[in-house]
Each structure stands twice: as C-alpha cells, then as structure tokens.
Design a protein around this ligand. Structure first.
Ligand SMILES: *Cc1c(COP(=O)(O)O)cnc(C)c1O
Length: 376
C-alpha cells in the first residue's frame, strides 16, 4: 500500500500526466507566459461549466476575495459578516481594506453560516455578507440571499472549497456554488478540488458591469493600456497554470465523483460506530468533499489524531482556533464563549485523507485504525 497522504497530488498527476504535460509544454514552447490564449480559454470553459456569465482569473483565492470587495466600493468602516469557523482569508481582506469583520456562528451540522445568527448580526453599518462554502458544501444561500436583498447588502461567496457543488433551491432548481451571490471567488491552490501547480484563483459574476470593474481592478485599475481609472492590483493567473487547469477542468466531474465515492466508503465504515459523527449532508446542497470531516467527542479528538499518526495515517484539524480568538483579530473585542458552535467544533473536528486517488484498501486501513481507537 502506498504511503497515505491527506491529498495525493503525485498520484493524480501520474494518472493525467500525458495530457497535462502536453498542455504545459505547449505554453513553454510558445513562451506566452503571461496572458497567453490559454488564460482566456480556461476562463471561458470555467464560465460554461459554472453557468457563470463572467469568470475573471487572478493570482490566488485571497486576491479574488480582495478584488471582489474592492469592486463593490464599500464605505470605510462598513461591517462585513463572515463565519467564525473558517479559513482566515475572508476576514483578512475585510480588515485590510479598512472594513470591519463581523463574526457570526455557524450551523453545528454543516459548519456554514447560520442564517438566524446572520440576521441578528445585521446593523445599519452592515454592507456585505461573505458566506464560505466550507469543506465542499454550500451555505444556506436562499436564506442568506433573502436577508441580503431585504437589507440591500452585497453577498460575496467564498467558493475556494466547493467548486462544482450545486445549490438546490426550494423549487428544486440548481445553481453552482459561487454563482448565486453578487460575486463568487475560488482558489486553485494545489490541494483544492480544482488545483493547479502553484497559485491561482478566479472571480465569478453574472453582472456585466461588475465584471468590467473586477477585470480592471485585477489589472492595475487599467481600462485602456496605460490609462488607470481606479486603484487596482496586479493579480494574474499564469498561462502555464491556465493550460493545466483547462485539462483538469475536463476531469472535475470525475474528481468530484471519486471524492463522493470515497466519502461513501468512509460513511459506511463509520455509520454504526459510536463516538464518531460522519459529515451531515444538507438537503439544499450537493457535497464535493473538499474535506471529509468527522466529529469526535471532545477530549478524544487529539488522542485519535495521535493514534492515526502512529499508524502512518495523516489527519488534520481544520480549524483549531475560531477566527475571533486569534491575536490578529483581538482588536475587534470578541471573547471566548461568543460563538459556542464554532468554538466547540474546533475541539471536535478531524479531517481524514480525502482525494481523488484513494483506494478501498487505503480507506479500509484508515477506517480500521479509527474504529480500533474508538472501541478501546
Ligand atoms: C484556500 C482558501 C482561500 C484562499 O486561497 P489562496 O489561493 O490560498 O489564496 C480562501 N478561502 C478559503 C475558504 C480557502 O479554503
């Protein structure tokens, strides 16, 4: 059995090597490393895939969030609502732009923004909501959009972890995660579900005017060569990355299926086991399993992680500390106890190896090790 990894980038590359190498070699041969034709082609293909009117490529997922916020021209000091149980990027760009992150607790089963808490957190200074589709599943977007529309707030979806996930609305219609709010963003960091060989990101919108502004901001605020209409940034997706991503996009549905199959294998191994809670599937979303995250009764999680480590099984705690309890955000004045669900999750969640190359044998080995520990 191969060495176990959280994400097997090497295995996936080996499997797709002929296609990937050919696409990347073509860029090397052309030397069009910046803004080569592959960048536009990939953006168009991603737009088609997501049924998004506009896809603007950029340098990484954090830049995508920053550019999205810049494009909305939000007033200084405006409050932007983000989940407390979360990766740091959303809060970081809000703070960087002179806006105020307002943390809100999450749903205990699906880990995404709790709409009731969002409603309670809205003030006359609130300007936007940034739901994060955590671990591969959509936040409850209809409730969030209803609140946003009623209060005239912008919604920026951080879709770094759920590309290809579909939101299912009350009428049974579906939309891709990242295409529901005013703007959506994603990351092509190597370990994401659609990952490149370095950094990359993209911004989605259905709004043509906003697309123009987003595009300009990502390119130094330039509307015409050497003419600048606003302060922008330099944020580009390399041609090499775009060429590789265009190949991988053709496999995205297969990647998702492989992850879903692996999740089902874990689920069936754990479903009858006491002391472990398998991921909850929201009725309003498909799950693309960026992470397979279980919950283990508090007090046992770290010992289980250590036990797995001894058996050569990696596992990760996403995330060990909720955003409001980091020193960087202490200036906002939050305290332990403010967001009990987020704080509790930080003690119970554990993400197991999840990627497109997992074998049944590997999963059986991992599941046996988990079960052995829990039955002790
Ligand atoms: C990975 C990630 C980002 C940032 O992406 P980068 O490309 O690393 O800048 C933002 N938000 C979430 C939820 C992420 O998982």
């Amino acid at each position: 059995m191969n060495q176990l990894q959280m994400v097997d980038l090497k295995g996936q590359y080996q499997r797709l090597k002929p296609q990937i190498d050919a696409a990347m070699q073509a860029v090397v041969d052309s030397t069009a490393f910046i803004n080569g034709p592959q960048v536009k082609e990939f953006s168009q293909h991603l737009a088609q895939y997501l049924q998004a009117n506009h896809v603007i490529p950029c340098a990484n997922g954090t830049d995508a969030l920053q550019i999205a916020l810049m494009a909305l021209d939000l007033p200084a000091g405006g409050e932007v609502i983000v989940p407390a149980f979360n990766y740091v990027a959303t809060a970081e760009v809000i703070a960087l732009l002179g806006l105020k992150p307002v943390f809100v607790d999450v749903l205990p089963d699906t880990f995404c923004l709790d709409p009731d808490r969002v409603r309670a957190a809205i003030t006359d200074k609130t300007v936007a909501i940034m739901p994060v589709h955590l671990f591969g599943q959509c936040a409850p977007m209809e409730e969030i959009m209803d609140l946003a529309i009623a209060q005239e707030l912008f919604v920026i979806e951080d879709n770094a972890q759920a590309i290809g996930a579909e939101y299912i609305d009350a009428e049974g219609g579906t939309s891709f995660a990242g295409t529901i709010g005013h703007v959506g963003t994603t990351s092509f960091f190597p370990s994401k579900n659609l990952g490149c060989m370095g950094d990359g990101g993209a911004i989605f919108t259905q709004d043509e005017e906003l697309a123009v502004v987003l595009q300009q901001i990502a390119n130094h605020g330039q509307h015409k060569k050497y003419h600048y209409s606003r302060v922008g940034v330099n944020s580009r997706l390399d041609t090499l990355q775009a060429a590789l991503l265009d190949v991988k996009l053709q496999h995205l549905d297969d990647f998702i299926l492989r992850r879903q199959k692996a999740a089902m294998n874990y689920d069936s191994a754990f479903v009858e086991v006491e002391g472990i809670k398998i991921p909850t599937l929201a009725p309003y979303s498909s799950h693309v399993f960026h992470q397979y995250t279980v919950q283990v009764s508090a007090g046992k999680r770290d010992a289980l992680k250590a036990h797995l480590q001894e058996q050569g099984i990696p596992s990760m705690v996403y995330y060990p500390v909720p955003l409001h309890l980091h020193d960087a955000y202490a200036y906002l004045g939050y305290q332990a106890g403010d967001f009990p669900v987020a704080e509790g999750l930080c003690h119970t969640v554990l993400s197991l190896p999840m990627h497109t190359e997992l074998t049944q044998e590997q999963q059986q080995y991992i599941a046996n090790a988990v079960i052995e520990f829990l039955r002790k």
